[in-house]
Design a protein around this ligand. Structure first.
Ligand SMILES: [Zn+2]
Ligand SMILES: [Zn+2]
Length: 335
């Protein structure tokens, strides 16, 4: 089969590699769609740690084409989304937290920028009939957002703010709304992304190049004290600071965006202490992955995929994603 191998920096090669085998307990999936993740962009920019050579790609959907010993042959032909990482399903982290944090299994598996992948049958989650297979590839990023939002304690009639309307900000917005935020502001300078936040439930769209956020805070939050919950979904320390500074006393800030490794938090810690702000990190999918395909059927995901590329054009897709002009770019490995 064909696979794209990453060699560090922005260097990739399209390689012929052995077809994955359905070993006991495993299934082989023919990949329909693999989403380009902000993390992939950060890896090629040296902003997120990863060891080359490596096949990247962790947001994928497809169809089971072969099963190993111990897996029912009835699963052949099933449409699935991949909860993709190596895991044992037994250790404390796997059972209680996140299979991508398994304490036992090796950290990396073959990625999804390839025509096929073999994975543990338990990590191939069947899609609801009414979920489009291409849209289903967004289960992984959506799971990270749902897991993050569920770490917040959202009070009755809460106000909320999401900074950044890339795919992570959009899903965070949608789940904040479905988890009780009454008035939600989404702040985003790029028009196409900002407009898309409406379809994810945003009540107020904010363009930071147009009006200072402080005016929105003064207008819509109680005594101008700030929002009950805020989320940074870009990955810039100064925007995490903006979120903290826009949060009301005893409020909570969620860190959805991936800040560069080693970056400090540029906030006045006295102020955070004085106003009793809670800061919540949110890296991964927690243990909500299997619930997400159903959640996706409740959202309007029309036009969220801004571009589709064949496997060989992965570098172009990563560049398009880095330029931030669309919402989600996808690789179609078998087209
Ligand atoms: Zn991702
Ligand atoms: Zn484990």
């Amino acid at each position: 089969m064909k696979a794209m191998t990453w060699h560090g920096g922005a260097n990739f090669t399209l390689d012929e590699v052995p077809d994955p085998e359905p070993t006991p307990g495993y299934v082989v999936v023919k990949i329909d769609t693999t989403g380009i993740c902000g993390t992939d962009v950060h890896i090629t920019q040296g902003l997120f740690p990863s060891e080359p050579p490596n096949i990247l790609g962790h947001e994928g959907s497809g169809t089971i084409v072969a099963v190993g010993e111990g897996v029912s042959s009835e699963r052949i032909g099933q449409r699935v989304v991949m909860n993709h990482s190596s895991h044992c399903f037994e250790c404390w982290n796997c059972r209680n937290w996140n299979v991508s944090r398994c304490l036992v299994a090796p950290a990396s598996t073959n990625g999804l920028y390839a025509e096929y992948v073999a994975l543990d049958s338990r990590a191939a989650v069947e899609l609801p009939e009414d979920l489009d297979i291409e849209v289903a590839a967004m289960t992984e990023p959506a799971a990270c957002c749902l897991s993050g939002v569920e770490m917040l304690d959202i009070p009755y009639r809460a106000t909320g703010l999401v900074i950044g309307a890339g795919i992570m900000g959009l899903f965070t917005a949608a789940f904040m709304k479905s988890h009780g935020v009454e008035t939600l502001v989404v702040s985003e300078p790029v028009k196409v992304r900002r407009e898309m936040a409406k379809q994810f439930g945003a009540d107020i769209l904010h363009d930071p190049n147009d009006v200072p956020l402080s005016e929105v805070i003064a207008d819509i939050t109680d005594h101008g004290q700030g929002f009950h919950v805020t989320a940074e979904a870009v990955g810039k320390p100064e925007l995490v600071a903006t979120c903290i500074n826009s949060t009301k006393p005893r409020g909570q800030t969620l860190m959805i965006g991936v800040c560069p490794e080693g970056s400090p938090l540029p906030v006045d810690l006295y102020d955070m202490h004085f106003r009793e702000i809670k800061l919540v990190g949110a890296f991964g999918r927690g243990n909500v992955f299997h619930r997400v395909p159903k959640e996706l059927t409740k959202l309007n995901l029309q036009n969220v995929i801004s571009g589709r590329y064949p496997l060989a054009d992965l570098p172009d897709a990563i560049t398009a994603s880095a330029e931030g002009l669309g919402v989600k770019f996808a690789i179609k490995p078998n087209d």
